[in-house]
Design a protein around this ligand. Structure first.
Ligand code: SAH
Length: 280
């Protein structure tokens, strides 16, 4: 698909340069597809993602790619797991970047598939940067990010007229302390979605409460979203860290904070009323 790219500093279309990146440099150079697999349900794969899977010479997949999606990998295509291994250490990112570069330089079509969307807390930008630096042709295939998939499957619209005019995605992951402006977040008065927030449940709750968010603000914890064993736990901001422990919530889980969470009950009540009317 062609699109115009303009350098805003010079107002010069730089289309030609960008398009060149999409042409193989030589007959022997492969290409890396950084593919978003979505949150789990294979029906949420894009047509483009499936094409990349089916045309790959080799596939590298990580922890968040569901079994259902792995089952779609062609049987004769080597598929290597590059997520966490037994002793819980991931393959270092630099080694993985180098692996992708090496495989493409061997002339292979490489499908590097990851959960959700590669550009949403997925290190897709880092991998693309390294591939571009190495002069390897690379293309990102966007996927349905878990905020979108999990909320939809849980009957929670991320925005809703009159309830939330916006939505912010935040990561709960940090090497040490979270670098988040909690006061600013607390004042947004719209939907907040926390990725990788399970181990920081206490920090998230304490900081938002301290920033002035009401203690009874509804919170949804969605475990294994868009998979057969999806579990939705509805609680509130004050009680959410306890709920994580009490319900023994496991990763992957997404945390949605905001009044839109109440829509779940409203939507379900409407469905029950309709069902009761039809069966009466
Ligand atoms: N690139 C991914 C996010 C990777 S960060 C995306 O766009 O979705 C990993 C975090 O994503 C997990 O800790 C969890 O918070 C969330 N996540 C990913 N898949 C999920 C799923 N199926 N159910 C619930 N949360 C999920």
């Amino acid at each position: 698909m062609k699109h115009t790219v303009t350098n805003t500093k010079t107002s010069t279309p730089i289309n030609g340069r960008v398009n060149d990146l999409h042409k193989p440099r030589s007959a022997r150079t492969g290409k890396v597809w950084l593919v978003g697999a979505g949150p789990g349900d294979a029906d949420l794969l894009t047509v483009k993602a499936l094409r990349a899977i089916n045309s790959a010479d080799i596939i590298f997949y990580d922890q968040l790619v569901s079994e259902e999606i792995c089952a779609l990998f062609p049987k004769d295509t080597p598929a290597l797991y590059v997520g966490k291994v037994k002793n819980n250490h991931s393959i270092p990112q630099e080694d993985l970047n180098q692996l992708l570069v090496n495989q493409a330089q061997l002339g292979l079509n490489v499908c590097r598939i990851k959960g959700g969307d590669p550009f949403v807390f997925g290190r897709g930008g880092e991998e693309l940067l390294e591939l571009r630096k190495a002069g390897v042709e690379a293309e990102v295939v966007p996927g349905i990010t878990s905020a979108s998939g999990c909320s939809t499957y849980a009957d929670i619209p991320l925005t809703h007229r009159g309830i939330a005019q916006g939505c912010t995605f935040v990561t709960g992951h940090a090497e040490k302390t979270l670098d988040v402006n909690w006061n600013a977040l607390a004042q947004l008065n719209h939907t907040l979605v926390f990725y990788m927030g399970l181990t920081r449940a206490g920090d998230i709750s304490d900081n938002l409460l301290a920033g002035g968010v009401a203690a009874d603000t509804p919170v949804a914890i969605i475990e294994n979203g868009c998979r057969k064993d999806q579990r939705d736990i509805i609680t509130d901001l004050a009680n959410f860290p306890v709920a994580v422990l009490r319900e023994k919530v496991k990763s992957p889980a997404l945390i949605i904070v905001g009044k839109v969470v109440n829509m779940k009950e409203q939507l379900q009540v409407e469905a029950w009323i309709k069902e009761a009317q039809l069966s009466a």
